[in-house]
Ligand binder design. Structure first.
Ligand code: ATP
Length: 357
């Protein structure tokens, strides 16, 4: 059993900086969890604490039924692949894969069995006698993963493992990692600051900000039901539009940043405490009927071929709303338009940014 449980895990560095604050999260045996958040939010700290490379200042960690707080890194059976993995340049691929096993004084027959198994899994068999200098970036990355996997770890940690690859290779290796995880059933934690990577890879994603867990949920749930404005603004590209609002009556909201335009919600209701309304760019529509919707002006146009991103503003004010519309839209900068925001597409958040039911 290689489930993982973080219980109120905290790490305050000397000097008082809290890199992690009371993080509680459980990861099931065989699960692939993606941890995502902006630079400095504590992602690497979390992995380092789990691997035993650093000590928490509060809380505890369990792997399976074992509390690992007092265990050394070697006793935890956790393998980690970093962004700046370095292969031994003078060893062949086989030598690189064999090295961690030799360090453990493993017998030759068992070493051979493990290397062939992992090399087969990662498509490295034809490359076993090559030196790292003869490999592509993606192949080197696979060797780095292989070197971690030959140890047959209970838990496999990947810290931004694709950061040094170009975009095309990144997509390919990402798919390979997901496939590898499915085949081996190894419990895996994958850290990235890239929300697109997180969304394509994760069965479940944990979003971190400033050392605190914001939400842990499936990609679909994070997108459809963000619990706060941080998650709403972090997931999605472009992210959810977040507009300050005032609720005059439960069925009527005012947008101060859009010239105090009013939106009548019909039978829908806005919670009285709503301070911010969120709407995804694809839910912003141009009104068919000029008598409907709210006034706006096109501030910027980005043609992406299959769709157009229109940036809207009030008069000549700053753009405050992005709409994602299909195909090539005929609008240009300065056009006056009317926008429809459907009540069922609106998310409401309170003054502190928490979602309102
Ligand atoms: P990135 O995506 O940039 O790698 P991260 O989310 O992995 O960031 P961490 O490396 O976990 O972030 O660091 C979290 C915070 O803790 C950062 O603000 C960092 O400056 C701080 N920090 C990390 N290590 C130490 C240390 N040894 N002493 C003091 N502060 C540290």
């Amino acid at each position: 059993m290689s489930s993982i449980a973080f219980e109120r895990l905290s790490k305050t560095y000397p000097g008082g900086f809290a890199a992690l604050s009371e993080l509680s999260l459980e990861i099931a045996d065989g699960e692939l969890l993606v941890v995502v958040g902006p630079s400095g939010c504590g992602k690497s700290t979390l992995l380092r604490l789990l691997a035993g490379l650093d000590q928490p200042t509060g809380g505890s960690i369990r792997i399976g039924a074992t509390n690992v707080d007092a265990l050394s890194p070697a006793e935890r059976n956790v393998a980690m692949v970093f962004q700046d993995y370095a292969l031994y340049p003078t060893m062949t691929v086989r030598g690189n894969l064999e090295f961690p096993l030799k360090m453990r004084r493993m017998g030759g027959a068992e070493r051979k069995r493990r290397i062939e198994r992992v090399a087969g899994m990662l498509d490295l068999l034809p490359l076993l006698d090559h030196s790292p200098a003869q490999l592509s970036g993606g192949q080197r990355q696979r060797v780095a993963m292989g070197r971690a996997l030959v140890r047959e770890p209970a838990v496999f940690l990947l810290d931004e493992p694709l950061a040094n690859l170009d975009a095309r290779l990144r997509a390919q290796v990402r798919a390979e990692i997901a496939e590898l995880q499915r085949r081996t059933g190894t419990t895996m934690i994958y850290v990235t600051h890239d929300q697109v990577e997180a969304m394509t890879l994760g069965q479940r994603i944990a979003v971190l900000d400033r050392g605190r867990l914001q939400q842990a949920a499936s990609p679909r749930e994070l997108y459809a039901r963000p619990v706060n404005t941080f998650v709403a603004g972090f997931i999605g590209n472009p992210p959810m539009n977040l507009l300050p609002v005032r609720v005059e009556r439960p069925g009527e909201i005012v947008f101060p940043s859009l010239g105090h335009s009013r939106l009548l919600l019909g039978r829908a209701r806005a919670p009285q405490q709503a301070a911010v309304a969120g709407i995804r760019p694809e839910a912003v529509r141009l009104a068919g009927d000029p008598a409907e919707g709210i006034d706006a002006r096109v501030q910027d146009v980005e043609y992406l071929g299959h769709e157009t991103l229109l940036h809207f503003a009030h008069e000549s004010g700053p753009a405050c709303l992005i709409g994602r519309l299909p195909g090539l839209q005929p609008h240009s900068r300065g056009d006056a338009v009317r926008l429809t925001l459907a009540p069922e597409d609106l998310h409401f958040f309170d003054r502190s940014g928490q979602v309102l039911a």
